[in-house]
Design a protein around this ligand. Structure first.
Ligand code: CP
Length: 325
C-alpha cells in the first residue's frame, strides 16, 4: 500500500502501476464493505467541490454519492453558479476552495482547453485535483473499466485482446478522452490492445505514441486497424463507442459529412459473434441505442454496461478515500 494523500488524478500516466493497484484493491474493498453494509466513513467532515463545465449522469452521481457514503459532503458547481462564469481565474478559484475544502473534481472537455485548465488548477492547488473528464483523458472511467475487466476475467489479464473501436453516432460529437485513456492504461495491465477507427477518426499522435511505448514496456501487442470486423475477431473485450474527428472535436455540428461516410460502423450481433464466446461488450455510456450499438448487443448476454457503470461509484470512492484521506 502506497501513500496517495494529496496526489492529483489528471492522467494515470502520472501514476505508477503499483499506485493504481492500490486504488483497485481499495475499490474492491469498498465495494465489499458497501455490499455488507459496513460503515466506511473514511472522509468524515471532508468536502469535495465538483466543477462541471458539461453535463453528467454517472460521474457526478458516482462522486456525489461516493462522498455521502464516505461520510463527507460534495458540492456541485458550474461556471454559471460561480464567478468562473464572470472570468475568475483558475488560480483564484482553487486558492479559495482549497482554504475551505479537501478536494476538487473538474469536468472540462473543451478541445485544447479542458486539460490545460486542470493543469492550471493543479499548479496552484493545495488539495487534490481530480479529472472528471477532459479533452485528453477520462481516468475515473478507465479505472472503473479496469476494475470491471478484472471482475470478469480475474487478476491476470495477460494475453487478453482488448479492442477499442470507433462507432457511428452522428447526434453529437464526443471527445477523444475515452479511447485515449483506454489505449494508455490497458497495455500496462497486460492486455493486447487493438485500436479500430476510420482513417479520419485518428487519436492525437502523441497519445498513440505513448500508448505504443506503454505496450512495448509491458511486452504486449498494440495495433491500429481501419476495419471493425477485423478488430472484433477473437476479442475478449469489445469497447465500442463514438468519438469525433480531431479537427471538429468540441463542435456539435461540424464533421457530420465525414461521419455519414461510416454509417456501417455499428456494434451489432454479427460483429459480437466474431469475438470470443466469453467476450464482454463495454460502453462508458451514454450510448446511442440502435445507432452506435444494436439493442441485441447492448442488452445481450455479452454486455456488462451496468456493472461497468456501478463500478464508477466504487472506483470514485477509492480515488476520494486515497487522495483526500
Ligand atoms: N461515462 C460518463 O462519464 O458518463 P457521464 O457523462 O454521465 O458522467
Amino acid at each position: 500500500i502506497t501513500d496517495l494523500k494529496g496526489k492529483h488524478v489528471i492522467t494515470w500516466q502520472e501514476w505508477t502501476k503499483e499506485e493504481i493497484e492500490t486504488l483497485l484493491d481499495l475499490a474492491f474493498d469498498l465495494k465489499r464493505r458497501k455490499m455488507l453494509r459496513e460503515k466506511h466513513h473514511l472522509l468524515e467532515d471532508r468536502t469535495l467541490y465538483m466543477l462541471f463545465f458539461e453535463e453528467s449522469t454517472r460521474t457526478r452521481n458516482a462522486f456525489e454519492t461516493g462522498m455521502t457514503q464516505l461520510g463527507g459532503h460534495a458540492v456541485y458547481l458550474t461556471p454559471k453558479m460561480t464567478q468562473i462564469g464572470h472570468g475568475e481565474t483558475a488560480k483564484d478559484t482553487v486558492e479559495v476552495l482549497g482554504r475551505f475544502g479537501d478536494g476538487i473534481g473538474v469536468r472540462n472537455c473543451a478541445f485544447k482547453v479542458g486539460n490545460a485548465y486542470m493543469r492550471e488548477l493543479a499548479k496552484w492547488s493545495k488539495i487534490p485535483v481530480i479529472n472528471l473528464q477532459c479533452d485528453l483523458y477520462h481516468p475515473t472511467q478507465s479505472l472503473a473499466d479496469l476494475m470491471t475487466i478484472r471482475e470478469k476475467f480475474g487478476p491476470n489479464l495477460r494475453g487478453l485482446k482488448f479492442v477499442i473501436s470507433w462507432t457511428y453516432a452522428p447526434k453529437y460529437i464526443r471527445p477523444l478522452s475515452m479511447p485515449q485513456d483506454l489505449i494508455l492504461l490497458m497495455p500496462r495491465f497486460g492486455m493486447d490492445v487493438t485500436l479500430a477507427h476510420p482513417p479520419e477518426f485518428y487519436l492525437l499522435p502523441e497519445i498513440v505514441e505513448q500508448a505504443k511505448k506503454n505496450a512495448e514496456e509491458a511486452g504486449v501487442k498494440f495495433e491500429i486497424v481501419h476495419d471493425m470486423d477485423e478488430a472484433c475477431k477473437d476479442a475478449h473485450i469489445v469497447y465500442a463507442k463514438s468519438w469525433g474527428p480531431i479537427a471538429y472535436t468540441g463542435s456539435d455540428t461540424e464533421g457530420a459529412d465525414l461521419i455519414e461516410k461510416y454509417s456501417n460502423w455499428v456494434m451489432d450481433g454479427r460483429r459480437m459473434n466474431l469475438a470470443r464466446p466469453e467476450a464482454i461488450y463495454m460502453h462508458c455510456m451514454p450510448a446511442d441505442r440502435g445507432i452506435e450499438v444494436t439493442e441485441e448487443v447492448i442488452d445481450g448476454p455479452h454486455s456488462v454496461i451496468y456493472d461497468e457503470a456501478e463500478n464508477r461509484l466504487h472506483a470514485a470512492k477509492a480515488i476520494l478515500a486515497a487522495t483526500m484521506r
